[in-house]
Design a protein around this ligand. Structure first.
Ligand code: FES
Length: 132
């Protein structure tokens, strides 16, 4: 077997390449954490009015209740991004007049997509809303 001379520089370059490859492999093989883990709002379940909504204006989220069903809607209009207003009969955008029902479905354009649903989790009587 032929003995191949290896300089210190070649050895360090090989080691660096191996290290970088390992970092890249780790990045692509490691599962990502749940997307958007940032909590947008947190409230006691009992504070959400029946057939009503709690609006978190700063987070641009509304926590809605319909019977036992609790869900959260983004208040970012799907037309051009204005903040929609919540009313007893639905949601409306002050910018160009789009309207949405309480489920976030478009009832009047120009918006052509429903409002985004946010993730809702219940823990020990608290409802937590996170971005999906
Ligand atoms: S931004 Fe809401 S209707 Fe245009």
């Amino acid at each position: 077997m032929e003995n191949v001379p290896q300089s210190r520089r070649t050895f360090i370059a090989s080691l660096t390449a191996l290290f970088c490859s390992a970092l890249l492999l780790r990045r692509y093989l490691t599962p990502r954490k749940a997307a958007g883990g940032k909590a947008l709002a947190s409230v006691a379940k009992t504070e959400i009015p029946a057939q009503g909504a709690l609006v978190f204006r700063e987070a641009r989220v509304a926590l809605m209740r319909s019977g036992d069903d609790i869900y959260a809607l983004s208040l970012v209009c799907t037309h051009l991004g204005c903040t929609v207003n919540v009313a007893p009969d639905g949601l409306s955008c002050p910018c160009h007049g789009s309207r949405f029902d309480r489920r976030g479905m478009v009832t009047q354009g120009p918006a052509d997509r429903p409002l985004r649903r946010m993730r809702v989790e219940e823990r020990e009587g608290m409802i937590e809303v996170t971005a999906v």
